[in-house]
Design a protein around this ligand. Structure first.
Ligand code: 1GP
Length: 252
């Protein structure tokens, strides 16, 4: 199986280099705004596009990814809320198992049903332990997943969940307060988790400014994901990207 993007993640982590991913929800972008986002992202040296959402209603996922791929070399990684959000045009797929929840469908059930289809896609598959953390209000992911998020102040639960995910073979851990979360994940929780795992740690949900992105990276996040704040103000891309990259142990 291909591991091109994953190797990039691990090499960057080993080198202490932090990455910035812009999340694109296909429901919320039109062709002209994709063009604008791609231009800003190239200018700001964004490392990845994540594409997907907990609930994607529109059917233009393929077109959205093709448009991004046609205009830049930034890798496109699927961040699917359901098996219907798989597109062969992407570079890789976060193969998410909701390890913070106790809903068997999102731990393994939907994976079983979609496995032949996912394998046939030819995508690079990145097994990801997905941990939803309480972000201060119900988010789409907390509602749709029908699973209780990890309480925001229970750092030990987060740590043990991530450790278990890693020992079960997950190649990435993604801690998410949910899109548009009122409160992003605390630095204390990120630090606790990052100190106890070796695989790259992705952090997102409710990050709205460069300072928070910087602090999250210094606490141990390897990849910062921002969606909502950039939808509202695309010019933030540059400042957040600079903050993430400046937090690298080795400057890039
Ligand atoms: C959500 O982690 C992502 O799944 C990004 O969240 O949209 O709040 O930036 P925001």
């Amino acid at each position: 199986m291909k591991q091109v993007i994953y190797q990039q993640f691990t090499h960057r982590k080993e080198a202490g280099r932090k990455s910035f991913a812009v999340l694109i929800d296909p429901d919320k972008v039109q062709a002209d705004s994709i063009e604008q986002l791609v231009t800003l992202a190239m200018d700001a040296r964004v490392d990845y596009f994540f594409v997907g959402g907990s609930l994607v209603i529109s059917s233009h996922l393929d077109e959205c990814i093709q448009q991004i791929k046609a205009s830049c070399d930034i890798p496109v990684i699927l961040f699917p809320g359901s098996p219907s959000q798989v597109s062969k045009y992407a570079d890789a797929l976060l193969y998410l198992s909701l390890i913070s929840g106790r809903n068997p469908e999102l731990l393994i059930g939907q994976h079983v049903i979609s496995a032949p289809f996912v394998k046939k896609s030819g995508l690079e598959i990145m097994p990801t332990g997905y941990m939803v953390v309480d972000g201060g209000a119900p988010t789409t992911v907390s509602y749709i997943s029908n699973a209780t998020p990890i309480p925001a102040d229970k750092n030990e639960i987060a740590m043990c969940t991530a450790m278990a995910g890693e020992m079960l073979g997950m190649k990435l851990i993604y801690m998410d307060a949910g899109s548009g979360a009122k409160r992003a994940i605390t630095e204390e929780m990120i630090e606790k988790v990052s100190r106890h795992i070796e695989v790259p740690l992705i952090v997102g949900g409710g990050i709205t400014d460069p300072e928070k992105a910087y602090l999250n990276c210094r606490a141990g996040a390897d990849v910062i994901v921002v969606g909502n704040a950039i939808e509202k103000d695309p010019s933030l891309i540059k400042a957040i990207s600079a903050a993430v990259h400046s937090s690298s142990v080795k400057q890039i």
